[in-house]
Write a protein that binds this ligand. Structure first.
Ligand code: PGA
Length: 248
């Protein structure tokens, strides 16, 4: 199973459901391939209730972009708990995105977030990735291993986990790892995951400047179980073209 996951970040108003509606229409018509992949769209908190109702029992999975690390309710201004998100019928959460790491989410906090969300039966899309300096200093694998080992525990249910490898220097920049780099890194990620979990390792996606052109670079790397798509997920056409070109 491949995943095409759209991360809208700070984008979208109530009428933006039309974007997802078009993607859903495409999915339903794509009978040749649509059993091979899942589509997840992650709008901001403000749209979760509306969209999860609208796309309930349909083909598109709605995901949250973050959640708080403790409590169901509490004195945490501006924070949202997994319990609150669950009450809207949403079952997926992105955690550890580099933009949240940049504003204070450490591996320790992310671990608590993952545990808290798993306890609420969520499927977690856990983002990992090295920055430009770490890459330059050949620290990529060390950084990724730390991000995995400090967050994941062997008793976690891997059925509820998806790992998204997103090199920070690639997010929104148009810069991509080479095919060899990406294969080597994905192999190391999967090796680390099998050290943690032994068997049944979670899927590993790639994210960072994925669009309808760059998708050609990745389509024959079977090792990659899907894609986390930022910028290009805000347009139904761009998002659909990624899937079309992947299966072309
Ligand atoms: P991008 O973002 O596709 O715009 O590079 C990816 C992400 O941040 O998840």
């Amino acid at each position: 199973m491949k995943y095409f996951i759209g991360n809208w970040k700070m984008f979208g108003i109530p009428t933006s459901y039309k974007i997802i509606e078009k993607i859903e229409k495409f999915f339903k018509k794509d009978i040749k391939n649509n059993k091979k992949y899942k589509i997840v769209i992650s709008p901001p908190f403000t749209l979760l209730q509306n969209f999860s109702k609208r796309f309930k029992n349909k083909k598109i999975i709605i995901s949250a972009q973050n959640s708080y690390f403790k409590d169901d309710f509490g004195a945490h201004t501006g924070k949202i708990s997994p319990y609150m998100i669950k009450s809207l019928g949403v079952k997926y959460i992105i955690l550890g995105h580099s933009e949240n790491r940049a504003s204070g989410d450490s591996n320790e906090i992310i671990k608590l977030k993952v545990e808290h969300a798993l306890k609420n039966n969520f499927t977690i899309i856990l983002c990992i990735g090295e920055n430009k300096i770490e890459k330059k200093n050949n620290k990529t694998i060390v950084v990724l291993k730390k991000q995995l080992k400090n967050v994941l525990k062997k008793n976690f249910n891997t059925k509820n986990l998806i790992i998204a490898y997103e090199p920070i220097w690639s997010i929104g920049t148009g810069k991509l790892p080479t095919k060899k780099e990406l294969i080597d890194t994905t192999v190391e990620i999967k090796k680390t995951l099998s050290q943690i979990f032994r068997k049944n390792i979670p899927p590993v996606l790639y994210g960072g400047s994925v669009d309808s052109n760059t998708i050609y670079t990745f389509k024959d790397i079977g090792l990659i179980d899907g894609f986390l798509i930022g910028g290009a997920s805000k347009s139904s056409k761009k998002f659909i073209d990624i899937i079309k070109n992947y299966y072309k």
